[in-house]
Design a protein around this ligand. Structure first.
Ligand code: C5P
Length: 394
């Protein structure tokens, strides 16, 4: 959603300006081109150098105001912006914007842009509540600007009050919404499992599988971005933890079953993207098994079938990693496990399945209707799976 988008980040002179550094960093990590425009007052709180290092781009400040080359740049910036976010926005900047004053860089960009403008005020609670500030906000709202309400909490003065800048995830969500991100899963609770379980043989060995967790993580992140409340039950992955998602770490199939049983209590859907072991050693040896005999036999017993055994009224989505007769095998699983949807993928190809960043999947519903998707990034495949999930939840 944010990838390759130009986001103008306006930073004004309030103590919360330091939080804009994190926002710039997260937006950059998400693939956005972040163009920072700082008011002169903002440069007293954080340095342009910090922002330049984080965004890898020039930072525009009012200190260059007299330079005509830069002023033209602002019109270009205003045109290139997919969205303008001002965080934190002081009462002073809000007042200037409300009257259309463009005597600084930020004012010029805002006046010259046709793109969505999002404003996150952060200030002393009395200044925020002041009728002048509230009138200015109302005026800007009526002009189509989006406001992110400040939060109640401890302010720089040490007092409690409404005026704190919300966290980075909340601000990013508002930007994505402005950019047209679908919020069609708002209020839905979705449990996703990801990764591969490990069944211990002894304290140092286990039976595992090659699942990287990328598909499950892509599903969890896509569901979060579409407004869902997501719980991710994650087994043995090395991926970075996404923000705004409740993560429960597990190792074995039995642990995964316990966590999933708890998490699905209020869920609308369970998406089992994890590769769960089908068998586990009958018992784990207490001490490391010593080398000795020419051969050894390991007795395996079935693991709990999570999809089949976890009770509740939620949509059940299974995955079928297949190496042959993909569709017929997946259909069989869908019926046996009483699923609403099954996502089948061919694990014999190097561009789909385990550890790949792309996937080639077929989504099959209860009626047996199969939708074969082309080679897609795991994120794009996740969006398509969620489109189907959304249609069935409602
Ligand atoms: O039968 P198979 O293991 O191929 O089924 C795969 C689907 O079932 C996946 O969605 C997987 O997460 C789920 N599963 C499960 N409990 C198991 C094994 C697999 O819920 N013990």
């Amino acid at each position: 959603m944010l990838k390759n988008k130009t986001i103008v980040l306006g930073i004004t002179g309030g103590i919360a300006a330091y939080k804009a550094v994190d926002l710039a960093s997260k937006l950059t990590q998400a693939g956005a081109r972040v163009e920072v425009v700082m008011t002169e007052a903002a440069t007293n709180f954080v340095t342009p150098l910090t922002l330049r290092n984080i965004t890898h781009r020039q930072v525009v400040t009012d200190m260059f105001e007299s330079n005509s080359e830069w002023s033209e740049e602002h019109i270009a910036l205003a045109e290139a912006a997919a969205a303008v976010i001002i965080a934190p926005a002081t009462a002073n900047t809000i007042a200037r914007l409300a009257t259309g004053i463009a005597d600084n860089m930020l004012g010029t960009v805002v006046l010259a842009t046709k793109s969505p403008v999002i404003i996150a005020p952060a200030m002393n609670d009395v200044m925020y509540a002041n009728t002048v500030t509230q009138k200015n906000i109302a005026k800007l709202k009526s002009r189509g600007f989006t406001f992110i309400e400040p939060e109640h909490g401890r302010l720089a003065s040490g007092k409690m009050g409404k005026g704190r800048l919300p966290d980075t995830a909340t601000i990013i969500k508002a930007i994505e919404k402005a950019l047209g991100q679908k919020q069609d899963l708002t209020g839905k609770r979705i449990v996703v499992t990801a990764g591969g379980t490990r069944e211990p043989i002894d304290p140092v060995r286990h039976i595992g599988n090659r699942s990287s967790g990328k598909m499950g993580y892509a599903l969890a992140e896509a569901a979060r971005d579409r407004g869902a409340k997501v719980t991710l039950v994650s087994a043995n992955v090395t991926l970075e933890e996404p923000s705004g998602i409740e993560i429960i770490k597990v190792k074995t199939a039995a642990e995964m079953k316990r966590s999933v049983s708890g998490a699905v209590k209020k869920a609308d859907a369970l998406i089992m993207a994890a590769a769960v072991a089908d068998y586990q050693p009958e018992a784990m040896a207490k001490a490391k098994i010593k080398k000795g005999k020419q051969d050894m036999t390991l007795k395996l017993v079935k693991t709990p079938d999570i999809l089949g055994e976890v009770k509740g009224k939620f949509l059940r989505v299974g995955f079928a990693a297949e190496s042959e007769n993909i569709i017929s095998n997946a259909k069989k699983k869908l019926t046996e496990k009483k699923l609403d949807l099954i996502v089948a993928n061919d694990i014999t190809k190097s561009d789909s399945g385990f550890d790949a960043d792309t996937n080639r999947v077929v989504i099959i519903d209860k009626k047996g209707k199969a939708e074969k998707l082309p080679l897609l990034s795991k994120r794009e495949a996740a969006e398509r799976i969620l489109d189907m999930v959304k249609g069935l939840i409602n």
